[in-house]
Write a protein that binds this ligand. Structure first.
Ligand code: ADP
Ligand code: MG
Length: 475
């Protein structure tokens, strides 16, 4: 292992280059982000030497000795009890809820196919525990969500296709309103029995929703007695149904899903069982500055992958070929490396990358981490008790560049089975873990891409701040 992590001369492992065009050359949203390199994606990948020589050999950050490093973590402290600062729906009993009209904002923004079939019901399932708690305690649930990005009333973004699945999962017939405010909705609310659920129409059919207009928020709030926010996926936005309604409804509390997200993405990250590793990947360093800076304050090991690594390489004077480099972020990369060093964080960069074969004549372009890097990263992860992962290791949308990401996903799955806390945040990272089929074994898979990123950056979410504080409990 020592040799793997201290070596700066990287292996060149050739595979047979295919002469036929791969699917990678024909279609990919992600490749659109790499216009200058797209034309090269014509054949099978090679695992390519990065060509590092003396330039890197003197840099201890590229050649950290993980095993000796992690031994020193012992006794650095363990995760304390996480206390939620916000009042939770779990604090509300039958005495608080029976006969009460509860406005529940959930994130039911599920993907639908052209025939309006739900292709992934994760978000509906995630919303069920809160709704069940409410109906079991005799509340009348007024359920609100957005779906897609409608411009005004758009039938294709109606919440109607969600009713059968919601009803099935709740074990009751959910009633659907054709609007989210107004006299017709008020009539349906008045007719709602205790333990009943009324699903309001897409709240974004009104532009006032995203503008957080107080008059609109007041109309929504007038339907109910109290508020539960369980829409983690939109908690980073101050919208009428997430933030505006809290001005008119008391109490305003967190749902179980929102609470779980905060517990892991804030609680487990700020007081982790150590050693604590953060894995950060994705395409650009510019989109991950906040995440890296924030996690550097908390983690013991930082593993970097994805397209951003080339900015770090270049910052150290290494050649990066045609790979993705953000020239204006070179100084930042240097300062992040220095910060890691100053904080005693083991920062590991991949030592080998996968490139498309035909890119070689024009230089090279790294689209995945290679097997040496996977080995080194796995060895580092083996020493940890908590792992947070945000950002894929490679362009995982293509199978040939998904190997590194898959290997890391499998490692986290294995470690989850051994009691390591594993947390996955970020839309693409979650998709990657789901693609590998190991999502279920992770400690926590975040349901909100943008919201989870903001939490990892250490930001507070408007949809959370607006909720009532938890009553302090003496310990
Ligand atoms: P998340 O949604 O989990 O926060 P990001 O959106 O930051 O993750 O990053 C995901 C994207 O990063 C994917 O589309 C993936 O193709 C891209 N990516 C990963 N590695 C590379 C690379 N080496 N070069 C270019 N893009 C990459
Ligand atoms: Mg993403």
């Amino acid at each position: 292992m020592a040799s793997a992590t201290t070596s700066t001369t990287l292996s060149l492992l050739k595979t047979t280059a295919s002469t036929t065009s791969s699917s990678a050359s024909r279609s990919s949203a992600s490749l659109i982000r790499l216009p200058s390199t797209r034309r090269h994606l014509k054949s099978s990948p090679l695992i390519h030497s990065l060509g590092f020589s003396s330039a890197a050999s003197g840099d201890s950050l590229l050649s950290l000795h993980v095993s000796s490093k992690v031994r020193s973590f012992k006794g650095k402290g363990s995760r304390g009890v996480v206390s939620m600062a916000k009042k939770s729906v779990g604090d509300l009993t039958a005495a608080d809820l029976k006969g009460k009209k509860v406005f529940v904002r959930a994130d039911l923004n599920v993907p639908l196919d052209d025939s309006q079939n739900i292709t992934d019901d994760t978000r509906i399932r995630a919303a069920i525990p809160t709704i069940k708690h409410l109906i079991q305690n005799g509340a009348k649930v007024i359920l609100s969500s957005h779906l897609g990005r409608p411009k005004g009333v758009t039938p294709k973004f109606s919440l109607a296709p969600l009713v059968p699945r919601l009803s099935e999962l709740l074990g009751i017939q959910v009633v659907k309103a054709d609007d989210c405010i107004g006299p017709e909705v008020e009539k349906l609310v008045a007719a709602l029995p205790e333990g009943g659920v009324l699903l309001l129409e897409n709240v974004r059919f009104y532009k006032e929703e995203e503008k957080n207009e107080p008059e609109f928020a007041k109309k929504l709030a007038s339907l109910a007695d109290l508020f539960v926010n369980d829409a983690f996926g939109t908690a980073h936005r101050a919208h009428a149904s997430t933030e505006g309604v809290t001005k008119f409804l008391k109490p305003s509390v967190a749902g179980f899903l929102l609470q779980k997200e905060l517990d892991y993405l804030v609680g487990a990250v700020s007081s982790p069982k150590r050693p604590f590793a953060a894995i950060v990947g994705g395409s650009k360093v510019s989109s991950k500055i906040g995440v890296i800076e924030s996690l550097l304050e908390k983690c013991d090991i930082l593993l970097l992958g994805g397209g951003m690594i080339f900015t770090f390489y270049k910052a150290q004077g290494l050649s990066v070929g045609s790979s993705l480099v953000e020239e204006d972020k070179l100084e930042l990369a240097t300062s992040l490396l220095a910060k890691a060093k100053a904080k005693g964080v083991s920062l590991l960069l991949p030592t080998d990358v996968i490139v498309p074969a035909s890119a070689i004549p024009d230089g090279w372009m790294g689209l995945d981490i290679g097997p040496d890097s996977v080995k080194t990263f796995n060895e580092a992860l083996d020493t940890t008790q908590t792992i947070i992962w945000n950002g894929p290791m490679g362009v995982f949308e293509f199978d040939k560049f998904a190997v590194g990401t898959e290997a890391i996903a499998k490692k986290l799955a294995e470690l989850s089975g051994k009691g390591v806390t594993t947390i996955i945040g970020g839309g693409d990272s979650v998709a990657a873990v789901e693609k590998v089929g190991v999502a279920d074994v992770m400690s926590h898979i975040s349901t909100g891409g943008g919201a989870s990123l903001e939490l990892l950056e250490g930001k507070e979410l408007p949809g959370v701040i607006a909720l009532d504080e938890a009553v302090p409990v003496a310990v």
